[in-house]
Design a protein around this ligand. Structure first.
Ligand code: PHE
Length: 337
């Protein structure tokens, strides 16, 4: 290629360059080790001796011109509005967008439920996931060897026979009552663990929300009023609620609480197993033996407690049919909340 056409090509390339990286590409194309100008310089040796001097001067002139062009173009690019003088970065260009995250559906439900109870005057408390055997069982009137321990059996920490992963949030009742006197109105969200085989409705870890209220003259009707307000706030004003007798060692009397099926409105469908009702929590009046364990004077206080599974509530509310979806970190699932 002759010097003239290379110079024309350089001018073309330069006027098309609109960024500093593009300019750098041009510099490499012509002045780099394998660039066109170096090629010309290399070809000097192959020329007849009498032509070398003149050709060499022309190549040098071209090289100097190009260097001048590049410097001038760099200056104009760097002083363009939007381009940083220091870095040459065009801050007017669209940036790399960060995808905004969102609150996990379980956290969202916990926040929503806690908000309902804090509006009623409850305070939110948390307790450790590694608990003592005493707080998880004995303090809650579940004596060693009692068959009801089986239902709450759990993972014991190796080498620490008295420590375990709590199988419910109820031990926080014992913790709070041992350190504080009534009146108490407390709500406890947190993780619990059970040695359950994993399937669409079971996990070895899930979340519960415990609630309890203790004072003088607290009645079963107080429990009913609080739970009704909770259920209607979360599932809608039109739902019905019913209490079925049940057994828990730490409450007496004990109940399981159902709401009318939110899918079929009580007519019976596959979600409620044709029963028209959905179980949402366990509850009852705190057993006098629990008050005794925490050192409250006998007969002075009464109170109620309840416990619910957060995943179950979330599944009912959002129509989710597999509990495992919550913890697989699949963005196609999580992005829907
Ligand atoms: N701790 C019970 C459970 O895990 C639930 C419960 C809490 C029941 C408080 C009654 C009172 O099943």
């Amino acid at each position: 290629m002759d010097i003239q056409s290379i110079q024309a090509q350089i001018e073309n390339d330069l006027s098309a360059a609109t960024s500093l990286p593009a300019l750098e590409e041009i510099r490499v194309k012509y002045l780099g080790r394998k660039g066109l100008v170096s090629e010309l310089t290399g070809s000097i040796a192959g020329l007849p001796v009498e032509q070398r001097g003149q050709f060499g001067q022309q190549v040098n002139a071209l090289k100097n011109k190009l260097q001048g062009f590049l410097e001038a173009k760099e200056k104009t690019l760097k002083t363009q509005p939007g381009v940083s003088q220091k870095t040459g970065v065009d801050i007017g260009m669209p940036g790399i967008a960060r995808e905004p995250g969102s609150v996990h559906p379980i956290t969202r439900i916990i926040d929503e439920i806690c908000a309902v109870f804090t509006r009623m005057g409850f305070s939110v408390v948390s307790g450790p996931e590694v608990e003592t055997e005493y707080n998880n069982f004995t303090g809650l009137n579940i004596p060693l060897e009692h068959p009801s321990r089986d239902a709450f059996d759990t993972f014991y920490l190796k080498n620490y026979s008295k420590l375990l992963l709590r199988s419910h949030t109820s031990p926080v009742q014992v913790r709070v009552m041992k350190t504080q006197k009534p009146p108490l109105a407390v709500i406890v969200p947190g993780r619990v663990y059970r040695p359950d085989a994993v399937d669409a409705s079971h996990l070895f870890m899930f979340h519960q929300i415990e609630g309890f209220l203790v004072d003088e003259n607290i009645r079963f009707s107080d429990l009913k009023g609080v739970l009704e307000l909770f259920a209607k706030s979360v599932f809608g004003q039109e739902i019905k609620m019913r209490f079925r007798p049940h057994f828990f060692p730490f409450t007496e009397p004990s109940v399981e609480v159902d709401i009318s099926c939110i899918i079929c409105k009580g007519k019976g469908c596959s979600v409620c197993g044709r029963k028209g009702w959905l179980e949402i929590l366990g509850a009852g009046m705190i057993h006098p033996n629990v008050f005794k364990q925490v050192g409250y004077k006998a007969g002075l206080y009464t109170g109620f407690a309840f416990g619910m599974g957060v995943e179950r509530i979330a599944m009912l509310k959002y129509g989710i049919n597999d509990i495992r979806l919550f913890f697989e970190n699949d963005l196609r699932f999580l992005k829907q909340f």
